[in-house]
Design a protein around this ligand. Structure first.
Ligand code: GLV
Ligand code: MN
Ligand code: MN
Length: 412
């Protein structure tokens, strides 16, 4: 396999997909937007050109199948998501779809078959941008789709169920998507590292040992709105300053963690109906809390919650929060971790093992079947969830070579 050529092809495809966006000045692809459907159509074409049989399932996942022709063969699923965060990067998710499509084409053109059926799954949604519905695509495949999210509305008031019907999808068919674990070999995902570890180490690839578990909450602080000029400072119940103090409590809690794996973020922070000359009456913010171990993460959340309640009481405001996501930490399958490390080493590369702080579709798939994940070096200081996210064609080619070597090891 010419890794330089395949690497360039992978990068060129990611660039091409990035032309589709909901925003004119940034890469944003929300579930079932026009850009999202255009990306799905391009992926479908690319899978067909690679010799795969393609279906679009009830959730909008684009699934390409390369059958090996052996009766009773098991299926190896591989893939990632093609939705993005707001103002996201070109490789987050897409690399894990485009790379196996390029490999499938390589195998198909050479007439080489694997001893298992290969399924490349382009998951329609993982980031939770439009409906706060993280892991939508993969949850359906492991029978863990939460039907209550169908009633959620986006910022424009559109219900998810209606958006799906308008896109020709079948919300009532999601229950039938579950893959029978007895028929599956497992799930493998290639993903850009989204951090600086490999870049700093000067290494192109790493094998993921475990994926940190995550919690997300939507918090609301309700105070008393008032005139910014007339209410004395000591007589205010300012929802904005209360929320700010709560976010600082979240930060202090995570900074105090000795394991170095506890991370907390308030990525959305909004004064509702805010105005320059009005004391904030209501403030909404999100909490995203992750750690290598669920116990650590849950204890940290209890501590943050207690701090928020104490701040609310002292400041005379109300505090409420609602959980929007909880996923357990997911260990990768030890035998697969070893086989993948062996595949990376077979290329003469260091086979570093590391924890993933980012969430991935592998977390859902890992609930039902063996999983492995390969990380690929991120350029530009390791920045991701940003338009500055980048990687090299050389690294993409190495990731493709390691992936093929891993698949061949699975075959034995
Ligand atoms: C997904 O990218 C996440 O880890 O938030
Ligand atoms: Mn992401
Ligand atoms: Mn991702």
């Amino acid at each position: 396999m010419d890794t330089a050529v395949i690497g360039q092809e992978i990068l060129a495809t990611c660039e091409r997909l990035a032309r589709h966006s909901d925003d004119t000045d940034a890469l944003t692809v929300a579930y079932l937007s026009k850009a999202h459907r255009a990306v799905a159509a391009e992926l479908r074409d690319a899978m067909e050109a690679a010799g795969m049989t393609v279906t679009v399932d009830a959730i909008g996942n684009v699934v390409g199948r390369l059958a090996c022709g052996r009766p009773g063969a098991h299926t190896l699923a591989t893939g990632s998501h093609f939705d993005t965060v707001r103002n996201g990067g070109r490789f987050d998710g897409r690399l894990g779809i485009v790379l196996p499509i390029a490999l499938a084409r390589h195998l198909h053109e050479r007439g080489e078959t694997l001893p298992f059926d290969l399924e490349v799954i382009a998951f329609a949604e993982e980031e939770g941008l439009r409906f706060a519905s993280t892991f939508l695509g993969s949850s359906g495949l492991v029978g863990r789709f939460d039907a209550s999210v169908l009633e959620r509305t986006d910022a424009a008031g559109v219900r998810m169920r209606d958006a799906m019907l308008a896109a020709g999808l079948d919300p009532d068919g999601i229950g039938a998507l579950r893959r029978d674990p007895a028929r599956m070999l497992g799930y493998y995902e290639v993903h850009i590292e989204q951090g600086p570890v490999l870049l700093e180490a000067g290494e192109p690839l790493a094998v993921v040992t475990s994926i940190a578990g995550g919690l997300r909450y939507q918090c609301t602080v309700t105070g008393v709105a008032g005139h910014a000029g007339t209410v004395p400072m000591a007589m205010r119940h300012d929802a904005g300053t209360a929320a700010a103090e709560m976010v600082l409590a979240l930060e202090s809690c995570c900074l105090a963690d000795a394991s170095g794996t506890l991370v907390g973020t308030a990525g959305r922070f909004e004064v509702v109906r805010g105005a320059t000359n009005v004391i904030p009456g209501e403030c909404r913010f999100t909490i995203d809390l992750r750690a290598a171990h669920d116990g650590l993460r849950d204890r940290a959340f209890d501590e943050v919650l207690a701090a928020c309640r104490a701040i609310a009481e002292r400041r005379g405001v109300r505090f409420a929060c609602e959980r929007t996501m909880q996923v357990p930490a997911t260990p990768c399958t030890p035998a697969w971790v070893d086989a993948l490390a062996d595949a990376v080493a077979s290329l003469g590369l260091p086979a570093r093992r590391m924890l993933s702080g980012a969430g991935h579709d592998a977390m859902m798939m890992g609930r039902e079947m063996p999983v492995a994940m390969l990380f690929v070096r991120c350029g530009n200081g390791g920045v991701s969830h940003s338009p500055l996210e980048t990687m090299t064609a050389g690294d993409a080619g190495l990731a493709a070579a390691a992936t093929l070597a891993f698949w061949r090891r699975l075959a034995h």
